[in-house]
Design a protein around this ligand. Structure first.
Ligand SMILES: [Zn+2]
Length: 228
C-alpha cells in the first residue's frame, strides 16, 4: 500500500515539475460530445486550443476515412469520426468554406488532427515514410494544423479531382498536368481559395492543406473521448 501511495506522489511531483517546463503530463481528452447549439469561433480566445469543428458549423461534409476501414491501411485507426483542429485552423477553414459556399460548393473533410499515438499505430501498420509520416518527427496533422479535403457541389456530388484521397502516385500531385482541363480547373479552384485563406498546399497530395505557420506548433497527443 505504501508503495502505491509513494508511486502516486512521485507521479504528482513529476506532473507538477513537467507543467513548469511546459511539457504536458496531464491526460487531456478531446470530447466528441456535441454542443446543443452551434458555437461562435470568434469567442474562442485561445487560438492554439483544440476544438471539434462540428460544434462551429453545419456546412461541412464529413467523411473521416481513418474512422473506417476504407483507407489505405485497411484498418479503422480512429475511435470515432471527429474532426478536431486548433482554433486558428478552424477559423481559417470556416472562412474558406464560406468562400466555397458563395460559389455553390462546400468542403468535404477526410482527415484533421491526428494524435501522435495514432500516428505511431499507423507507422506500425505501414512503416514506410512514402506513405505515413514517421511519428518521431510528426506531421502537421499531429500538430492540429492540417486538413485533407475535397469539394462537393450543391447536390452533394463530389467534384472530380482526378484521383481518390490517399492515392499514392504522381497523378495525385499538383504538378501532374496530364489530366483533363476540368480536373486541373477543379484542383486549381480548391487550391486558390485555400491559399487565399492562409493555407499552404502540399505538392504531392492535392487534398492536403497546412495552415501557414502550423509547423511551429507542438506535436500533440490528446486522447479522444468518443460519445457512445
Ligand atoms: Zn494530409
Amino acid at each position: 500500500m505504501k508503495k502505491v501511495i509513494l508511486l502516486f506522489l512521485i507521479t504528482l511531483l513529476v506532473c507538477f515539475a513537467s507543467s513548469l517546463t511546459l511539457v504536458s503530463c496531464k491526460s487531456t481528452y478531446l470530447d466528441s460530445k456535441k454542443s446543443p447549439a452551434l458555437l461562435d469561433i470568434a469567442k474562442e480566445n485561445d487560438s492554439n486550443a483544440f476544438v471539434n469543428l462540428r460544434n462551429y458549423s453545419n456546412d461541412f461534409v464529413f467523411d473521416m476515412k481513418y474512422a473506417t476501414a476504407d483507407n489505405f491501411l485497411k484498418e479503422k485507426v480512429y475511435p470515432c469520426d471527429e474532426c478536431f483542429l486548433r482554433v486558428k485552423t478552424v477559423k481559417a477553414l470556416l472562412e474558406a468554406n464560406k468562400s466555397f459556399l458563395t460559389k455553390g460548393y462546400r468542403i468535404k473533410l477526410y482527415d484533421c488532427y491526428r494524435p501522435k499515438a495514432i500516428q505511431k499505430k499507423m507507422w506500425k501498420i505501414v512503416p514506410d515514410a512514402n506513405f505515413v509520416a514517421n511519428p518521431k518527427k510528426g506531421s502537421i496533422h499531429n500538430r492540429g494544423g492540417a486538413v485533407d479535403i475535397s469539394l462537393v457541389d450543391s447536390l452533394g456530388a463530389e467534384v472530380n479531382m482526378g484521383t481518390k484521397f490517399d492515392f499514392f502516385g504522381e497523378e495525385a500531385s499538383h504538378n501532374y498536368q496530364n489530366l483533363s482541363e476540368e480536373i486541373l480547373a477543379n484542383r486549381k479552384f480548391l487550391k486558390e481559395i485555400m491559399l487565399q485563406h492562409n493555407f499552404k498546399s502540399f505538392d504531392s497530395e492535392w487534398w492536403h492543406y497546412n495552415l501557414n505557420g502550423s509547423n511551429k506548433d507542438e506535436v500533440s497527443n490528446q486522447k479522444w473521448h468518443c460519445a457512445d
